[in-house]
Write a protein that binds this ligand. Structure first.
Ligand code: ASP
Length: 280
């Protein structure tokens, strides 16, 4: 049993040393709680559990604390993929909800599994999710100051459970100041993908991640026989060709964990029950 979580990129230009420490401490607590949860639950449920905890923390750009778009509204995106059933489900540009990742998970059993905008809002209401204001004072201030971003902080989790099942979950508030209607990679197979060989969650500039088909590409390479390290290196090399900005975490069916970033620094933590590592 192993898992990795990420809290997106940390930008030294816009965030303090104090924020860095807060993020690391938060990731440490979340990964420990998530590992306890994994002892009794599936990879899929654990990935959702971990991402929901990060959505609750305003330090991260997902759920509470999401970035604000150009028109002043917050729209969030989230996806889950169960490597066992090969089912991808997600929501794009959903509004006023505490846990977009729970709505993405609820879509797993539906025939229409990826919903956007109003359709996603209506579906969320049908699941009983109440209106929830995810805006924080800090994000509104950044918006008013027209800063592009306080450091990308999409969240994600990849898990290998005791049955050998893999899963990936990713949730984001987007880039910040994007045009309304812009689609984030996080609820596409470029940003979140898993099968029974490998599970990947990405963060960074969605346009670059989609252009490289990053998560699906790494998973396909591992499926076709490359090691997870080779698959990451080859795929990030392809991203470099157009100076793409991205980071990813991954785990394979043998429990090998890997991460890579095109630019400094993705914040992440990994835990295998013995060794807990927190990086930035
Ligand atoms: N990938 C996200 C997006 O482009 C942003 C991020 O990872 O911070 O919507």
């Amino acid at each position: 049993m192993k898992l990795i979580i990420h809290g997106g990129f940390f930008s030294e230009y816009t965030q303090s040393e104090e924020t860095k420490i807060l993020k690391q401490t938060a990731l440490k607590e979340i990964i420990q709680k998530s590992y306890q949860y994994l002892l009794l639950n599936s990879a899929m449920d654990t990935a959702v559990f971990a991402v929901a905890l990060m959505e609750d923390d305003p330090l991260f750009n997902a759920g509470m604390g999401s970035q604000i778009q150009k028109d002043g509204k917050i729209r969030m995106s989230a996806a889950v993929m169960d490597g066992c059933t090969k089912r991808f489900s997600g929501v794009l540009n959903i509004e006023s909800i505490q846990h977009p990742i729970h709505v993405a998970k609820s879509l797993q059993m539906e025939s229409d599994r990826v919903l956007g905008g109003e359709g996603a809002n209506v579906f969320a209401a049908k699941t009983g999710a109440p209106f929830f204001n995810v805006e924080t004072i800090e994000r509104r201030q950044e918006y008013q100051n027209r800063l592009i971003s306080s450091g990308q902080g999409t969240v994600g989790c990849v898990v290998l459970d005791k049955e050998g099942r893999l899963a990936a979950a990713t949730s984001t508030g987007g880039k910040g100041f994007e045009l309304s209607g812009r689609i984030s990679d996080s609820a596409t197979v470029a940003g979140n993908y898993a099968n029974d060989h490998c599970a990947i969650s990405c963060t960074g500039v969605g346009e670059d991640i989609v252009s490289c088909a990053l998560a699906a590409k790494i998973v396909t390479r591992v499926t076709d026989g490359q090691t997870i390290e080779e698959a990451f290196k080859k795929s990030f090399h392809e991203l470099k060709v157009f100076d793409g900005f991205a980071g990813a975490i991954g785990i394979d069916a043998h429990g090998n964990m890997y991460h890579k970033e095109s630019h400094p620094n993705i914040v992440y933590a990994s835990f295998d029950g013995l060794e807990l590592c927190v990086f930035q």
